[in-house]
Design a protein around this ligand. Structure first.
Ligand SMILES: O=C(O)CCC(=O)C(=O)O
Length: 286
């Protein structure tokens, strides 16, 4: 894995804040041209948790896709070497199909504050607004909701609808609220999704040369317009927990929020026991 294909710390921090990372037009035109037929024919399923190296046939389209250097570098940065494939699926939104998917996360309530799965979404065609590109809500991935319970929310401030050139790949944190939109165009819209489970601890798997760049803390502190004034702060708190786990430093806390609410000092300075029969003792004079 060449370092130049790994994400930087600032990019990782941005992923921790937004819950997504997008690489426009990363798949070459000849592969995009091949993709529609391949996806229409279907890609053989594998059991949950199959090692990535055993999931796709040698030389197959899907194997070449995940081996493209920038894509392989991003996968490594998020989940490390030898991830498992949770599942993969081809999603086709039919031309003028008439309805949209509700907002959902692809998980039951997933309370991991220190690990995550990543989902790759590959779009072989140019996606226009009319084609119903995937809608997602930046910064929603660390909020604890249960799969489709967010389906009753519509039009959150700051939500994005994917419009992209052919060959774009988007990586999503497993918890992000998203949904395929209605395809109002005359063309079927294809997307290939792969969910990866890490098989190693997600500890500094990217290019950490810029670990102490002040832009890292700035990214982690990003607020989104749909956040409540107070509860929105919890998102930043949760990001710091995740970032601490990803960098292996339990003291990282640019705004002191985690330090404050986890502060349970163990040092005892009480001068006397509550038991009247116990001899008086001074543990420590402050
Ligand atoms: O078709 C799309 O754009 C999104 C589909 C999706 O994310 C899903 O079915 O979970």
């Amino acid at each position: 894995m060449h370092r130049k294909h790994l994400l930087t710390s600032v990019q990782m921090a941005r992923f921790v804040a937004y819950g997504s990372h997008r690489i426009d037009g990363v798949v070459p035109a000849d592969m995009n041209a091949e993709a529609t037929d391949v996806l229409r024919a279907g890609i053989p399923a594998v059991p949950y948790g199959t090692p990535l190296s055993e999931t796709f046939a040698d030389g197959s389209f899907a194997q070449r896709l995940v081996q493209l250097p920038e894509i392989a570098g991003a996968i490594h940065s998020f989940v490390g070497p030898d991830p498992a494939v949770d599942h993969h699926a081809v999603h086709i939104r039919k031309a003028r199909e008439g309805d949209a998917q509700n907002l959902h996360g692809d998980a039951i309530i997933d309370v991991r504050p220190d690990a995550f799965d990543v989902q790759l979404m590959y779009y072989p065609q140019e996606v226009t607004l009319e084609m119903g590109g995937t809608l997602s809500v930046p910064g929603s991935h660390l909020r604890r909701t249960n799969e489709s319970d967010t389906g009753r929310y519509q039009n959150l401030l700051g939500q994005t609808r994917l419009v992209c050139p052919a060959g774009t790949v988007v990586f999503l944190h497993h918890g992000i609220w998203h949904g395929g939109r209605r395809n109002d165009s005359d063309v079927d819209r294809y997307m290939f999704k792969i969910r990866f489970n890490p098989t190693v601890r997600q500890l500094r798997l990217w290019n950490t040369d810029d670990l102490y760049d002040p832009a890292v803390a700035a990214e982690l502190g990003t607020r989104f317009p749909w956040y409540e004034n107070a509860t929105g702060r919890l998102e930043i708190y949760n990001r710091v927990l995740l970032w601490r786990a990803l960098i292996g430093d339990d003291s990282y806390d640019p705004d002191y929020w985690v330090t404050r609410v986890t502060n349970r000092p163990a040092r005892v300075v009480a001068g006397r026991s509550l038991n009247p029969h116990a001899p008086a003792r001074v543990e420590e004079m402050a």
